[in-house]
Ligand binder design. Structure first.
Ligand code: TRP
Length: 331
């Protein structure tokens, strides 16, 4: 069984884009791999120095992932700060990471620009912390997007360097988990091709949005004045609405509005009303599970405790072996 590790930033809520883009696959992945999913609250200290500010987010993220079907029995779900072994491996890796390579990292350069008053050493060593997360469980696969490719490349560098330095073949070389064709790209409601939380107000539909909010967002989605000739290709914003429908609505619904469009008889108001109801039908079970879990601290405590125990079993074994490999001697 392959080992998969992924860290989740405790910021933002899951939207339909995340759900179809990643979550769905996470849920499948846990069936055939040994998965470790954690909330990256150590990493957050590089930008948010007081974790209490993020506690609500950590809980919300945990709850939303559970609501989507991550199973604490199958996968290991834990908080990064519950696993101090991470910090120890981070220390070891930092001793063999060069400031030059860390300074060249794109995410570091971005942060120097975006928070010039707080260019802390944690920002510089963000890639070694991420590498520690990954190789602590001797992961083979890491399901991350394009924006994390460079960090993953650095993880391979650090893992290989450790092996070379201490003349061992200990850490596997982790590679990106490739979902290939399975990735469904969900467009935004504002005419842009991507649904994302940073794309601006009204672009994204969150799993936690109420029916009223969903109706409002969908009704405000960008359209145009409609086709003037039959059977013309659809402009991007319209194509987006159809693509959303394809992901969520019944095939007959899509076909109906497609024909209406091709005959220049389409009424976008009707399409949006239908789309909004189909979105609500899709998200309501998630929203109900989220609300339920938010009120069940006892269960969440159990989930996190179980996760910590399973993660600790894996991490403490690695740390023990790493200490032996490095060559610390006992008296
Ligand atoms: N850097 C990742 C992000 O911003 C989060 C993360 C931290 C991560 N540690 C990780 C992802 C380990 C994968 C594996 O999204």
């Amino acid at each position: 069984m392959e080992i998969v590790v992924s860290g989740i930033r405790p910021t933002g809520n899951l939207h339909l884009g995340n759900y179809f883009g990643a979550m769905q696959n996470f849920v499948k992945m846990q069936e055939t791999n040994q998965c470790f999913f954690f909330i990256a609250d150590y990493h957050s200290l590089t930008t948010h120095p007081t974790p209490a500010d993020l506690h609500g987010n950590v809980k919300q993220v945990l709850v939303e992932y559970l609501a989507c079907g991550l199973d604490p029995e199958k996968a290991t779900l834990y908080l990064q700060s519950d696993l101090p072994e991470t910090a120890e491996l981070y220390l070891f890796l930092n001793m063999n990471a060069y400031t030059g390579e860390l300074e060249r990292c794109t995410s570091f350069k971005d942060k120097v620009r975006s928070q010039p008053d707080n260019v802390n050493a944690g920002l510089l060593t963000y890639p070694t912390l991420m590498a520690a997360d990954i190789i602590l469980h001797k992961a083979h696969k890491v399901p991350v997007g394009k924006d994390q490719e460079q960090h993953l490349e650095m993880t391979r560098t650090f893992a290989n360097r450790f092996n070379r330095m201490y003349k061992v073949d200990y850490f596997p070389e982790p590679v990106a988990y490739n979902f290939g064709e399975q990735l469904i790209k969900i467009p935004g409601l504002d005419g842009s091709t991507k649904m994302g939380k940073s794309e601006g107000e009204g672009n994204a539909i969150f799993l936690f949005d109420t029916p009223e909010v969903i109706r409002k967002k969908v009704m405000r989605a960008v359209t145009d004045s409609g086709p003037t000739e039959p059977n013309q290709p659809k402009p991007q914003a319209i194509e987006n609405l159809f693509n959303l429908m394809k992901a969520l609505s019944a095939p007959e619904t899509v076909q109906f509005f497609d024909e209406q469009y091709n005959q220049c008889a389409i009424r976008y108001g009707d399409l949006k009303k239908q789309l909004a109801e189909d979105v609500i039908k899709f998200t309501t079970p998630f929203r109900e599970r989220i609300l339920d879990l938010l009120g069940n601290d006892e269960y969440l405590h159990k989930v996190v405790t179980l996760g910590r125990e399973k993660a600790h079993a894996s991490a403490s074994k690695t740390i023990k072996e790493v200490r032996e490999i490095i060559g610390f001697k006992h008296f």
